[in-house]
Design a protein. Sequence first.
Length: 281
Amino acid sequence: MEDQNNSFFKNGLDFSDAKVSQLVQEIDSKGIVEVKNIIQPKVLSEANSYLVKEGERMGVQSFSMRWNQMQPSVLTDLQKDSNLKRFLSRILINAGIDAKDDEYIHHVVRCTNGQTNDADAYAYHFDQYNLTALMPILTPIHPSADCGDLVIYPNLRRFSKNVAINLIYKTIFQNSIASILMRSKLAIKLFKAKVIKVKPGSLYLFYGYRTFHGNLPIDKSFRRMTALFHYNDPFCDHEIFKRLEDYRLPPQEKTTKLSRIKNKLGYIGVFIKGAIAEAKK
């Protein structure tokens, strides 16, 4: 692509300090902020084309990929983009987090459709990284059909580097029973859940570590593509979380009940090995 300073974002994400502060205030108060019409159209077009080709190559329509599993493309270029790193670090610094402007971006793309989305719908979770930037690439719009919309339970927990607290939250919230309970009218009202209809062209920022989030089901006739950029891992040096992050399987490898059971058992094994490795440090 042409000059990287201008190829991805319409203003290079070069916002004033006052604007960054305003964005952070909105994340604090509402749980999420939309940076409107900031993505260059060419980025979305190239990303869409690349992901369609990847799906055809794998013979699937629903899949996820990490940046290091992708062929060189606009998406892998975005993962390394210095303007994006600088912008994300400024958001976190303004929020009181010690973040550098050259940290690793954990970049994932997700492509889903209703035919294979059952396992992914309502898979609510907390991210391991403090800040999440969501870039919609292709999203369905329909007044009544299921569109796989993002659901957030804003800022349910605080930023923390405490391993025990993080594990307690994940144990309590990230399971099938909690997922059902959190869909109840009482939980939606109590935790101020919001359904976010994201639009291509905008960039959505939220504290992935603090905010419980996931997606609604999507109609079988629709397709949804999103790119996620996770920044600032508070547990980057901890053996348990490093190993769990490496182990995580994409949805195309969890399409049957048996594969999902094996995946959960695998998590337990990885957790135990990580705990042993951490204890030996």
